[in-house]
Ligand binder design. Structure first.
Ligand code: 13P
Ligand code: SF4
Length: 367
């Protein structure tokens, strides 16, 4: 019975399944017009073109969190992104606003690599080992409960756009930072701030084990053993092949890529930075990009006076981001019109309050 219900929760109604793409687009346009300012649709850069074309604002995680915090007018926020982004929008939205995620299966494999139980368990182990010297910092790609945990323990959230600024702040608060849940963003950012690899430990939440060879007193950052399953697909082998083929080419990657890939690239940065750097580059330049495929393809189309390719030629899009497609977007909008909005993302008040503290610590450090 449970299985039937959950399947039903994702099953598109026949009326939508039988529509042509053209009909769906026309219907989305018409519903958007009808709902006017009652509706607001933010979209992450990784979303498919068939969805992003209808977004009211597009951006990286930081920009979307900021816009979600600003819009207090819309009754319905239909979030074209993944679950943790919709949760953040709900935390930052006013009580009269409802946040909808067009497909509940749009999660994030990285966010799934840290559960609140694992974090609480790990925290106890780490405090036992290292004492009350640790500040928890979480990448926004994490559950609301983990954001709340950070808020409650003096910590904050970060995005890939402000990780360096936030980590500098964190090191001014406490001697050791616990960086959740992306070890790569944590390692790459800390290294750029001058922290040597030998002062970085890794916490394995499956084994409940601290991976570190040196003296515990030398640890400056503990990296949660999580990663992005999309960005881990870029390798140094991809870098060597591109350099061989295009010796005059440039490589730019997202800091969710591994340390070796980031070190061997020419530049690294958030999706916003990747877009800006390529946009400002002279015509005729060649770029290999290490990030999600929908965005790489879009940049390649927009920057048609430059050569823009994926650093990994066999790359796929982020599967969970891709769950949000035109039919599910339309279904979500129809549910609003019918007065029965579905797939509403709600964070409970207690979690919201603490998670907001962590988010506000980030917003108040000028980004
Ligand atoms: P940014 O939006 O911060 O660049 O992060 C990319 C990402 O993986 C979002 O899930
Ligand atoms: Fe999560 Fe990676 Fe997909 Fe971003 S690209 S939503 S971090 S799995």
């Amino acid at each position: 019975m449970k299985l039937m219900e959950s399947f039903h929760g994702h099953a598109l109604p026949e009326t939508i399944r039988l529509m042509s793409r053209g009909e769906m687009k026309a219907r989305v346009r018409s519903i958007k017009k009808e709902l006017g300012s009652r509706l607001y649709m933010p979209g992450h850069y990784y979303q498919k073109d068939e969805v992003i074309q209808f977004a009211d604002s597009t951006g990286d995680s930081l920009q979307l969190a900021e816009t979600a915090a600003k819009n207090k007018e819309a009754e319905y926020i239909v979030f074209c992104g993944v679950h943790f982004m919709a949760e953040t929008a709900d935390i930052l939205s006013a009580s009269h606003q409802k946040v909808l995620l067009p497909d509940l299966r749009a999660g994030c494999s990285m966010a799934d690599m840290a559960t609140i139980r694992q974090v609480e368990r790990g925290w106890t182990h780490l405090q036992d080992k290292l004492g009350d010297r640790i500040l928890p910092i979480t990448y926004v790609n994490s559950t609301a409960a983990i954001k709340a945990f950070c808020g409650e323990n003096g910590g904050a959230t970060v995005t890939s756009s402000n990780a360096a600024r936030m980590l500098s702040w964190a090191f001014a608060q406490k001697e050791i930072v616990l960086f959740l849940p992306d070890q790569h963003l944590g390692r790459n950012t800390a290294y750029n701030l001058g922290i040597p690899l030998k002062h970085m430990a890794v916490w394995d939440p499956i084994q409940d084990y601290l991976e570190y060879d040196g003296n515990l007193n030398d640890i400056q950052i503990i990296l949660w053993k999580g990663h992005c399953s999309v960005h881990e697909k870029f390798t140094t082998d991809n870098v060597s092949k591109f350099r061989q083929e295009y010796p005059d080419g440039n490589i730019i990657v997202h800091p969710e890529c591994s340390f070796d890939v980031v070190q061997s690239a020419d530049e690294s940065g958030s999706t916003r930075k990747i877009i800006d750097v390529i946009n400002k580059a002279p015509a005729g330049t060649k770029w290999a990009v290490g990030t999600e495929m929908n965005l790489v393809n879009r940049i390649a189309k927009q920057e048609d006076d430059k050569m823009v390719v994926s650093l990994n030629p066999n790359m796929c899009a982020c599967l969970t981001m891709n769950r949000i497609d035109l039919p599910h977007l339309l279904w979500s909008l129809e549910s609003i019109l019918e007065g029965n909005p579905h797939h509403i993302i709600t964070v409970d008040d207690k979690t919201k309050e603490k998670a907001e503290i962590a988010l506000n610590r980030m917003f108040s450090r000028k980004i």
